[in-house]
Design a protein around this ligand. Structure first.
Ligand code: AKG
Ligand code: FE2
Length: 441
């Protein structure tokens, strides 16, 4: 079904395009339709919309082309017989591409339709796996028992540890935020232990098993956006959208044929909006419903934050990747509970009042706003990465950095880190790692 708001938007692509879309939509249920011709025409529309994704920076792609892409893709999948393997691949790919490029359908009915369709595809996949299970029991059993390798990479020393507290109550946590030790500093970071023990993701729905994650993503067919390269500020950094199965095999498990591949990181992605069954494996910590104090005045994002970006509900993101992923030093306009579900990470944190010494990037070539990201490479400055020459050069370029005070920690599996709004953070995974962040304000 096509909604009236869709007409209005798609009309901006041009009347003939809207007319063609409506014609195709009406022919779908017509028994005498020319199946191949409808498919060809829908593919034409999808190709036309796809061109626009390359013609503009992603955020500037006009809504009419995004909506055209989504509607044509949805019609395209509603035509397919769902039983054949390659068709299953193709359908999942088409809808996921539309979801990732254009966001979830705007109406609740639209969202419910997409969810029903994915549930159906999941059932078809599960029925097939059952059959394969009878055919090839050994292989399946082996996969089911595997967990991600526990190997860790180099572990940076911790010099100014973030304090730990075991499962504080809501009131204790609110007190930590509202009444900091140093009132000039505002709330400080805190590691919260023992609150994730009952999450299904750490028990009967284990995120540390590749086979479990595959089973929830239609056999690993669901598409995910992956950041490629050491860190998003490095040259040659890029992004691609690939099936979850390929991401796990090539970038997380680094199975054969993966040598030479860059580090891949499924970073800051609303995986739980996209795959609701994974959302059921976790819970928003109660701490995200406490009332935070107003932002610290020296926070670069304080002003921005107080005017815009008010959230009604916590914002969830998935961060999943191998050892060695790096999120460069940056600051977010939210308070954050970063929950470590699988593996461990090193995190270094700088208070808002250190901002002057951290060299925010500002607006870069091409108008990209990098105000929330530091020009510093903590790995190089701390001697963990790069050469001595690079480190000396960095210290020369950023002379104030040596006086910046920080806190740091190893965030272990099952722990949460509270990152107060305005605190700069650098995050480095030390093993295969799956974290979820909960941003709120
Ligand atoms: O875990 C990471 O790599 C970065 C997490 C982060 O920056 C955040 O949750 O705001
Ligand atoms: Fe962040």
């Amino acid at each position: 079904m096509i909604f009236p708001t869709t007409f209005v938007t798609v009309n901006k692509c041009g009347k003939p395009i809207l007319k063609l879309l409506l014609q195709l939509a009406s022919q779908i249920h017509d028994q005498t339709r020319d199946f191949d011709l409808i498919i060809t025409r829908l593919d034409d529309l999808i190709a036309l919309a796809t061109e626009k994704f390359y013609a503009f920076p992603f955020k500037d792609v006009p809504p009419c082309w995004r909506i055209l892409f989504r509607e044509a893709s949805m019609l395209r999948v509603s035509l397919g017989p769902l039983q054949r393997e390659e068709i299953l691949d193709e359908i999942v790919k088409t809808i996921d591409m539309a979801l990732i490029m254009t966001g979830p359908p705007p109406s609740e009915t639209g969202q419910a339709e997409v969810e029903t369709l994915f549930n159906l595809l999941q059932d078809i996949n599960d029925a097939r796996s059952e059959f394969e299970h009878e055919e090839r029991p050994i292989k399946r059993q082996k996969l089911g028992e595997d967990t991600f390798p526990g190997t860790t990479s180099f572990i940076p020393p911790v010099s100014r540890p973030v304090p730990r507290m075991a499962a504080p109550t809501f009131d204790q946590f609110e007190k930590h935020m509202q009444h900091p030790k140093d009132t000039n500093l505002g709330p400080e970071p805190l590691i919260i232990t023992d609150t994730l023990n009952h999450w299904p993701a750490r028990n009967e729905r284990p995120w540390n098993k590749p086979s479990y994650l595959m089973s929830k993503t239609i056999g690993g067919r669901r598409l995910v956006p992956v950041e490629l390269g050491r860190s998003y500020v490095d040259e040659g950094w890029g992004q691609k959208i690939i099936p979850f199965r390929a991401f796990i095999r090539q970038y997380v498990l680094r199975e054969r044929d993966s040598t030479g591949l860059a580090t891949g990181y499924l970073a800051q992605h609303d995986l739980f909006g996209q795959v609701p069954s994974l959302r059921q494996d976790i819970a928003v910590p109660d701490y995200c419903y406490t009332n935070p104090p107003p932002p610290h005045p020296s926070s670069p994002l304080a002003e921005k934050h107080s005017k815009h970006l008010q959230l009604d509900e916590p914002l969830l993101n998935a961060w999943f990747g191998p050892a060695g992923t790096i999120s460069p030093l940056h600051v977010d306009p939210y308070h954050n509970i970063l929950a470590q579900v699988v593996g461990k990470k090193y995190v270094r944190l700088y208070a808002p009042r250190e901002s002057e010494k951290l060299y925010a990037r500002g607006i870069e070539d091409g108008g990209v706003d990098m105000e929330n990201t530091s020009a510093l490479d903590i790995g190089v400055l701390a001697r963990w990465d790069g050469s001595d020459a690079e480190r000396l050069e960095a210290h020369e370029m950023f002379p104030l950095f040596k006086d910046a005070q920080y806190m740091d920690c190893i965030l272990n599996e099952g722990e949460c880190l509270y990152i107060p709004l305005g605190w700069w953070h650098y995050v480095r995974s030390l093993s295969v790692s799956f974290s979820t962040s909960f941003w709120w304000n």
